[in-house]
Structure formats: structure tokens, C-alpha cells
Write a protein that binds this ligand. Structure first.
Ligand SMILES: Cc1cc2nc3c(=O)[nH]c(=O)nc-3n(C[C@H](O)[C@H](O)[C@H](O)COP(=O)(O)OP(=O)(O)OC[C@H]3O[C@@H](n4cnc5c(N)ncnc54)[C@H](O)[C@@H]3O)c2cc1C
Length: 482
């Protein structure tokens, strides 16, 4: 007997694919989420600024602006249901001259036209009241109280977990390299000849959505990589702002920001640079200098000694710069979700609703499930407990008392939970728990985590990787023959 045919296959488990999977999991259909990496969210969605944008940067007639505004409004409910870290801290776009204030006024007008509520043009006094550590040369700002910050990886993991809890099948390590069209369904074929059959396919392959579209002989378009380097500051940095601080935007970018992360650290960046190689995630001393200088101009307390690490992500940009989310005109039952660059994270829950409607238009029958559970069980982090609460936790499970990551105060119980939820690479555990994200960048906890991984899975310590593929952590033993 042949393999079962799914109603929908989603290619790509980034923020778009996982949000779509969760939205579809509320209906009586068989959905499969396919991802080439070892874990979900390991593409563009792991390397961004974690901002829930305020809806004033883009013009009302773009799909991007519509989905950004709708997505922004959906985050309280999602946070309540899924429990990922999220705060509506607000955004300030800071001006340093009267000429720049005219651009602030323009953004204000654009935001109002987009239907954003609560926008305010601030003078220098009001700005300093909101953000006391701002450069004293700043003359005013646009204040968007609806802007927020989230932990992007916990958000993606939560979407995938909730989708799986409601019946979506997840297949990681499946790189779609070929497609066969059969009568009434597509057959997706991986590098190692695994096959998945599906009546409808959603192309949410991020940077590689152009390649996937070509595999389907659907629309031809090119995705260009626009790399953004970000720098993370120690949690003790004095530069931690109350709001997300933006400069004025340029044609291609929202500029270098000073970002308070939802977990209490400060991030500065990102750059915006066209790159030939889409998967290029290198960072350079030159760009560090650029980011540092511009962030220091915004907040003079940004200090070089506080920089603890850097990373880069590449925006999947299309010509025209809008999202391309539509039913393919060339292939039946094939939905394109391409060119989702910033504000893709913000727009993601709205993108999921939009794609659900497109699938319906393309003929998919959707009947709601009574059994759909939108909520995930709450998880606990020892670092967020009072000493009394921590003592109670340790009474119920002594592993909460064994601190594996000292910089971010992550307990063994949290590492075990991440592993039991299927995160079996060092990066997967880091993104789930924050172990390894602090000042020492894993110097203290990496080996401890590897030992817990070996114990929990029964595998040899040498089998574990940083992020899958050949990224092994241990390659041999010093002084002994293997
Ligand atoms: C530096 C930077 C900062 C940003 N900051 C923000 C921000 O603050 N706020 C905001 O709203 N947005 C931000 N963004 C944008 C946001 O991160 C993206 O819009 C979003 O993550 C795109 O998600 P995605 O699901 O489309 O792509 P991805 O996360 O890349 O997901 C696509 C997935 O498809 C998989 N895949 C590809 N090809 C195949 C194949 N053939 N078979 C199987 N799987 C495949 C990939 O491995 C990947 O996991 C930022 C982006 C960057 C780069």
C-alpha cells in the first residue's frame, strides 16, 4: 500500500511555516510540515531583532503593511495561549535635527493612514522623559506604544509544538530537491529519496522559496539575500533602553537600532548589505565598527566592552520589496509565501490566516475541530522565580537546583525539558532554554549539556552537533587512541 496522502504539505518550518501549520491544525485535515534542517526555526527566523513592529514603516497599499498591523494586534492572545516571552515596550524613532523631524512627521502620517493607534510625535523633553539615556542631541521622536519585543525562537518552537499537539506531522531533515505532479497530488522528494504526498503545497522556504518555486515549475522569481549583522551586549550593559530605539529609516533598511531584548539583554544592529551567498552568516570587524558607532550615537552608554557575541541573518528580499503571498497562477493547489523579509516575524500570525484563506480559495475544505487546543502547558524558568518559588520548585524536582548555565541561570530540569521536546542540538537547547547565550557563550555549560544529552538519549557524546550536519562538538579524545 502506498504512503498516505496529506491534504497540505508546508515546505519550510520558519516562523511562516510553523504559524501556518498551527493555524491549519484547528481543522479536520492532514497537514505535514517539512524542514531541511534538524530543528524548526533554524533558518532566517532564528537570527533577527525580535521586534513586533509598529505598523508605520510601510505604505498602506502594501501587503506587508496590512499583515504587519494585523499580526501586531494578535500577539497578546498568542502570548497568553503559547507562553513565549513577549512585552509591548513601545518603539521610538529618534530624530537628531529639524529636517529629521519632518521625516518623523511623515512616518506619523503614514502610521495614521495605516490605522495604527496611539502614535505620538514627541518633542525633546517628552523623549528624554521616556528614554532618559538617549543622546542629549536628539530633538524629538515618533513614539509607537504598540511596538513590542519577543523571543523569536521560543515563539517558533511554541507554534510548532502547538501544531504537533493538534495533529500536524513534523518531518525535519527533509530537503525537498524534486517534485513530481501526479493526478490530484504532488509528490515531494528529498535528497535521500524519502517521499511525501500532498494535495496542496505551501512554499514557505524563506531564502530558497525561489528554488522551490522552480522545482514546481511555478512562477520564476529571484530572492536576494540582504544580510543583517547584530551584536549582543552583556545583560549588565548600562545601555539597556526602555523602548526599541530606531534611527530614521533609509530606502532599504530601518537602520541600526538599540534593542532591549525581552530577556533583559541589549542588542545593537542590524546592518543591511546585499550578499551573493544567501546562507552567508559571517560578521566583520568593519560592520561591528559601523553598528557600534551608530548605536553609541543613539545611546552614549553603549560600550565596546559589553559586546559578548555577534550573529547575522539574511533577509529574503524580492524585487519590489513587498511580500509575495498568493495562489500560484501556474500550478494548481500551490501557494507561494515568498519575499517575507522584515516585518515577517510581526506579520507571521496574520500571514497564517491569509494563507489559510488562500488554501480555501484554492479548493481546500476546512471544517473546524472541536478538539483543537490553542494553548500549551506553561513551562518554568528558574531565573524568573523568587528564592521562595525556586525552593518550592526544587522540592518538586531537584534538577531545578542544578544550575547548568551560570550566566543565564538555566537549570538541568530546563535542559531535560528541551531535550524531551525534541531539541537535541546545542543550538536547539540554547534557543529553547538560553543556556550558552550569556557572557561566557557556553564556555562553562557546553560540556555539561552534552553529558545530559548523552544521558537522556542513550547516545554517544560524540554524536551531538551544534546545529546538525557536520557541526560535531567533540571530534576525539586528547592522549588516547580512539
Ligand atoms: C537581521 C534580521 C533582522 C530582522 N528583524 C526582524 C524583526 O525585528 N521583526 C520582524 O518582524 N522581522 C524581522 N526580520 C524578518 C524575519 O526574521 C523574517 O521575515 C522571517 O524570519 C522569515 O521567516 P520564514 O519562515 O519566511 O523563513 P525561514 O525562517 O528562513 O524559514 C524557511 C525554512 O525553509 C527551510 N527550507 C528552505 N528550503 C527548503 C527545502 N528545499 N526543503 C525543506 N526545507 C527548506 C529552511 O531551512 C528554513 O528553516 C529580520 C530579518 C533579519 C535577517
Amino acid at each position: 500500500m502506498g504512503a498516505k496522502t496529506h491534504d497540505v504539505a508546508i515546505i519550510g518550518a520558519g516562523v511562516c511555516g510553523t504559524a501556518i501549520a498551527r493555524a491549519l491544525s484547528a481543522y479536520h485535515i492532514k497537514t505535514i510540515l517539512i524542514e531541511k534542517c534538524v530543528d524548526v526555526g533554524f533558518g532566517v527566523s532564528k537570527a533577527n531583532s525580535g521586534i513586533i513592529h509598529g505598523g508605520f514603516h510601510h505604505k498602506a497599499d502594501t501587503l506587508k503593511a496590512k499583515l504587519e498591523i494585523m499580526g501586531n494586534l494578535m500577539f497578546e492572545k498568542l502570548h497568553y495561549e503559547l507562553g513565549f516571552p513577549f512585552k509591548r515596550v513601545g518603539i521610538l524613532v529618534v530624530a537628531f535635527s529639524e529636517e529629521e523631524m519632518s521625516i518623523v512627521e511623515y512616518l506619523y502620517g503614514q502610521g495614521i493612514a495605516n490605522g495604527v493607534e496611539g502614535l505620538e510625535v514627541c518633542n525633546a523633553r517628552r523623549l528624554r522623559y521616556l528614554e532618559p539615556h538617549i543622546n542629549p542631541d536628539a530633538v524629538g521622536a515618533l513614539f509607537a506604544p504598540s511596538g513590542g519585543i519577543i523571543e523569536p525562537y521560543r515563539y517558533v518552537f511554541a507554534l510548532a509544538e502547538c501544531a504537533a499537539q493538534n495533529g500536524v506531522e513534523l518531518r525535519t531533515g527533509f530537503d525537498v530537491i524534486a517534485v513530481e505532479e501526479k493526478s490530484g497530488h504532488y509528490e515531494l522528494i528529498s535528497e535521500n529519496n524519502q517521499r511525501v504526498k500532498a494535495k496542496y503545497v505551501v512554499n514557505a522556504a524563506g531564502l530558497h522559496a525561489d528554488k522551490v518555486s522552480r522545482l514546481f515549475k511555478a512562477e520564476r522569481f529571484s530572492i536576494h539575500g540582504r544580510k543583517g549583522e547584530e551584536y549582543l551586549l552583556d545583560r549588565n550593559s548600562e545601555a539597556f533602553p526602555n523602548h526599541v530605539l530606531f534611527p530614521l529609516p533609509s530606502k532599504n533598511s530601518k537602520g541600526i537600532l538599540v534593542i532591549p531584548t525581552v530577556e533583559g539583554t541589549t542588542m545593537i544592529g542590524p546592518t543591511a548589505e546585499m550578499v551573493e551567498e544567501k546562507d552567508d552568516v559571517s560578521t566583520t570587524a568593519e560592520n561591528l565598527e559601523k553598528v557600534f558607532t551608530q548605536a553609541k550615537h543613539m545611546t552614549p552608554s553603549v560600550s565596546r566592552k559589553d559586546i559578548i557575541t555577534s550573529f547575522a541573518g539574511t533577509r529574503p528580499a524580492l524585487k519590489g520589496n513587498d511580500f509575495y503571498i498568493d495562489i500560484s497562477k501556474k500550478r494548481p493547489r500551490f501557494i507561494q509565501v515568498a519575499g517575507v523579509q522584515s516585518p515577517g516575524l510581526t506579520a507571521s500570525p496574520a500571514i497564517a490566516e491569509y494563507v489559510k484563506d488562500l488554501l480555501k480559495q484554492a479548493g481546500l475544505k476546512l471544517t473546524e475541530k472541536d478538539s483543537f487546543n490553542p494553548r500549551l502547558e506553561k513551562t518554568v524558568s528558574v531565573r524568573k522565580q523568587s528564592p521562595e518559588q525556586a525552593a518550592q520548585l526544587i522540592d518538586t524536582n531537584p534538577m531545578f537546583g542544578s544550575i547548568v548555565c551560570r550566566c543565564e541561570t538555566v537549570s538541568e530540569a530546563e535542559i531535560v525539558e528541551a531535550i524531551r521536546k525534541g531539541h537535541t542540538t546545542l543550538d536547539g537547547i540554547k534557543f529553547y532554554t538560553r543556556a550558552g547565550m550569556g557572557r561566557c557563550q557556553g564556555g562553562f555549560c557546553t560540556y555539561k549539556i552534552l553529558k545530559i544529552l548523552a544521558r537522556e538519549t542513550g547516545k554517544d557524546i560524540r554524536e551531538f552537533t551544534k546545529r546538525g550536519g557536520g557541526s560535531f562538538e567533540i571530534v576525539g579524545k586528547i592522549g588516547k587512541k580512539d
